[in-house]
Design a binder for this molecule. Structure first.
Ligand code: AGP
Length: 607
């Protein structure tokens, strides 16, 4: 979704801002702009479209060593140039970029109109800069203008504000992430850690309620009622892997093929083969907590939710205690009953998903023990939970999540093993699982050597009106993940069902030639899945079958794709990979924008 980048220092700001915007592109956006503070004036350039479109309209040189920039994902008001950030005050003295949503913007707009100040855009964000200008006109300092305005605002914000007569930026956060990167005589501001990594490792994460005054050489925090304070500077943990595209045609393909290495990173140092157990230090789990926990609840959205479903099943299989998965937005809006002895796991790649953040806050408020299962180090969910497991996928830039899914599943499998060993899982069973988990990266690589007849399957999918995905048990969640991938990338309506449920409704959709993707690894449910497959075939459906190599059921598919065999509880790590590739290849065939599918954003930071 929206992205912020800001700079104050001695270098020319424009190239740095454009590069920052480029690194924010993966989040998904529809328009972009910059404001550069020159010697006498502020130059603003903005456009609908991509950063490349912005570059095309920029003049040869724009002098200035301070500036702010933004990528906008429209919420309030259409995708137009005037709605694009940065927004400016009516007197031209303040410019601002904003991530988040201002809930009471209508009443604030009315207030401004009563003062004869007309907003020129349809956005909720513009009211903020106009309100600040009003405060300034009444004698407030820049900091007071920001603080007084924010006192009147309801909603969420990550803000970077630039004043024409001041050599500083003011940043503020409430519910939308903002990080300040500290350089030598220069400062960077970003809503995302990626654009900072090439400039500095020293960062300050703003917390909700923080307001920071940022000059070239200092950061001063003004939070709550207290005195100004020095910020807490931390070191940005280097994430493994490159966030650059390199020779790959798309981030999605690059990230699919990074899965074996990502998986190695995820499990390294986290398993105890001798004890046949997991060893997740960051969870800070006490033995008595593990033994006494009555149940586990997992939360997530989209891909993270499907990974959580698999985690839930693994916990029940290994530890024999009840586990339930919830869609974050549903969970928190239904006044959940929280058991302080239970374990809650918030699963999220970005760590910035608004619905999951709100669920975490609800659980904390009610005394629950919440742990993050998160990719982005230092993200809001990771910091809110304060304990948990980083999945270490490295930067995931494609909007469609791939390597984060397999690492979430792997991290949850390690957790399930650890929990299982305090209960029903024997050392031998634990060791077997650990051995197989360690094999999984190699097995993925083996699959990549022969990915099977993908293009034949794409022939069926690309022409389809809709696609049905079926699986049972763990594979039902894999089917859901495969359907989500094809739907979000190729814009083909997809339905995923536990195979046994197919005859209770979705079967009505089948007609001659309808493609049905069946995920049927060699587990105890395979035969039952095959019954559903036959029911589909009998109605003229064309079957794309994902099965284990060497299994005689290969002949059941019109197109059959084999993956290497693995422990039945770990099959999602392999069966999902051809589904990711199918979505990618089908989207390419249909000429879709694979890395930035329409309407979607990488981090969904609004409710
Ligand atoms: C995945 O391909 C999706 N783009 C989306 O469903 C995503 O998984 C969801 O928005 C949750 O994101 P998170 O993992 O960053 O919380």
């Amino acid at each position: 979704m929206c992205g912020i980048f800001g700079y104050i220092g001695t270098q020319q700001a424009l190239p740095l801002l454009v590069e920052g915007l480029r690194r924010l592109e993966y989040r998904g956006y529809d328009s972009t702009g910059v404001a550069i503070h020159g010697e006498n004036d502020v130059a603003v350039h903005k456009t609908v479209g991509k950063v490349a479109d912005l570059q095309a309209i920029l003049p040869g040189q724009v002098e200035g060593t301070m500036g702010i920039a933004h990528t906008r994902w429209a919420t309030h008001g259409g995708v137009t140039q005037v709605n694009t950030h940065p927004h400016h005050a009516h007197d031209g003295n303040i410019h601002l970029v904003h991530n988040g949503i201002i809930e009471n913007f209508r009443s604030l707009r009315q207030h401004l109109e009563q003062q004869n100040i007309e907003c020129i855009s349809e956005t909720d964000s513009e009211v903020l800069v106009q309100m600040m200008a009003l405060e300034r006109a009444q004698g407030a300092t820049p900091l007071e203008a920001v603080q007084r305005t924010l006192k009147r605002v309801r909603g969420t914000w990550g803000l970077c504000i630039m004043f024409r007569d001041e050599n500083m930026l003011i940043c503020a956060r409430n519910g939308s992430p903002l990080i300040i990167g500290q350089g030598e005589g220069e400062m960077f501001v970003s809503s995302d850690p990626h654009p900072l990594t090439s400039h500095t490792q020293r960062v300050v994460y703003l917390d909700d309620g923080d307001v920071a005054v940022v000059s070239r050489s200092s950061i001063t925090m003004h939070s709550g009622q207290g005195r100004p304070s020095q910020p807490n500077v931390t070191v940005l943990e280097e994430e493994w892997g490159e966030s650059e595209l390199g020779d790959a045609p798309h981030f999605m393909l690059k990230e699919i093929y990074e899965q074996p290495d990502a998986l190695r990173q995820c499990i390294a140092g986290r398993i105890d083969r001798e004890m046949g157990s997991g060893r997740l230090g960051g969870m800070r789990l006490r033995h008595d907590t593990l033994v006494q926990t009555p149940h586990v609840r997992l939360l997530g959205c989209g891909t993270a939710y499907y990974a959580a479903e698999i985690g839930q099943m693994l916990i029940e299989k290994m530890a024999r205690i009840p586990a339930v998965t919830h869609i974050s937005s549903e969970f928190r809006n239904n006044d959940p009953v929280i058991n302080p002895k239970a374990l809650y796991l918030a699963v999220s790649q970005s760590g910035e998903t608004a619905d999951t953040i709100a669920a975490v806050k609800e659980i904390k408020l009610k005394g629950g023990q919440i742990f993050g299962v998160v990719n982005v180090v230092g993200s809001t969910i990771a910091r809110l939970c304060g304990q948990g497991v980083y999945i270490h996928s490295g930067p995931e830039q494609s909007v469609a999540s791939t390597k984060a899914f397999t690492n979430m599943v792997a991290a949850l499998a390690v957790f399930a093993t650890q929990l299982g060993r305090t209960r029903h899982l024997s050392k031998e069973q634990g060791r077997e699982l650990i051995d197989q988990l360690q094999q999984a990266p190699h097995l993925m690589e083996t699959y990549f050597e022969d990915t099977g007849p993908l293009s034949e399957a794409v022939d069926l999918l690309a022409e389809a009106k809709s696609v049905l995905y079926l699986g049972r048990g763990l594979s039902a969640s894999v089917a859901k993940e495969g359907a989500l991938k094809l739907m979000e990338l190729a814009y083909i309506p997809c339905l995923a069902y536990p195979a046994g449920e197919m005859k209770h409704g979705p079967i009505a959709l089948l007609e001659e030639g309808s493609p049905v993707v069946v995920v049927a690894p060699n587990d105890h449910l395979k035969e039952k899945t095959l019954s559903a497959l036959h029911e589909c075939k009998a109605r003229g459906a064309k079957i794309i079958l994902i099965h284990e190599k060497g299994d005689s059921i290969a002949s059941e598919g019109d197109v059959s794709i084999a993956v290497p065999s693995i422990h039945p509880w770990l099959t999602p790590l392999l069966t999902v990979v051809p589904l990711q590739l199918l979505a990618y290849e089908t989207a390419l065939r249909l000429g879709r924008d694979v890395d930035r599918p329409r309407n979607l954003a990488k981090s969904v930071t609004v409710e």
